[in-house]
Design a protein around this ligand. Sequence first.
Ligand SMILES: [Zn+2]
Length: 371
Amino acid sequence: MQTHRHTISAPHGSVHCELTSYHFGPPGGRKAYIQAALHADEVPAMLVAQSLRTRLQLLEQQGRLSGQVVLVPAANPFGLAQVINERPFGRFDLATGINFNRGYPQLGAQLAASLATRLGPDAAANVRLVRGHLRELVAAWQAASDLALLKKTLLSLAIDADVVLDLHCDNEAVLHVYASSAQVPEIEPLARLLGAGALLHADLAGGDPFDEACMRPWAELAARAGPQVPLPLACVAATIELRGETQVDYATAALDADAILRYLSLRGIVALDAVALPPASCRATPLTGTQRLDAPHAGMLVYLRALGDRVATGDAIADLIDPATGQTTTLRAGVDGVFFARLSHRYVIRGMNVGKIAGVHPIREGNLLSL
Ligand SMILES: [Zn+2]
């Protein structure tokens, strides 16, 4: 295991900030990149990273890494330093209000402009050419703020990987996975290994999250080059939501880490004995089919259904109670699907999202992710 420390704060400031990455296995071949807690206070992700580090060290000693794994166990040192009224606050940058997992540079247009006519008949040679160019594009990025330098550093570690896994968690949720629609067949085994309750896919989720920054350049270049040019989508990327923010325990983290390593074994990066895939615990559904249940007024929130429940249109999901008058509004499912995420607190104001249901049929468009 090699440990790399990356300075992510500009010189001459009074604060010095570092990002740590661990590198396992031989470089130069297949590569996986895994980062935890880009939203800094999402602790289940960081605990899984600890399990992964222990396991990867052992696998490396046993000579069972056929490719390289780069692990960033705490991807957001800036966010880890943010606290408001004694509560960690890691989702948004307090200086700018920007979600830490939004606004990543999308390199597809630059890539296509310079490479669309330079690709040849050899798919492997094309992949090497694209990876080299992606590395150059990230290296050339002039990061003008500490936050931009953090983004650049993370992207430079991930941009040439075969597999990119971004580990997060939700407020309260069953484990669920976000992926590109084009890569659902590649991600379904991961969802099965993790026992995911939902696998949500989109061509374009909106907001330019980290996983899309790694994957979309390939899709955009392939579209520009045309079907006659052999160019695989050589970066399989997914965001994994490791349940709710307080579901932090060693046994669960160990199971999640084992599932991720099994997946890397399927991708030819880790050498583990083959095992049968568990049956799917969900079907892939479009992110456009996910219903957001939003509060029509302020009130106390009482959930009537459990996470993971399959619900039908019209089913009562939660009651919203005016604490002064007792007037109660029942929030109902607008789609058939899986109730997979909800809030961890029980008082809301008007407009807050109090739950998500993974439906099958598209019902919305535009920016599909939460703020
Ligand atoms: Zn997150």
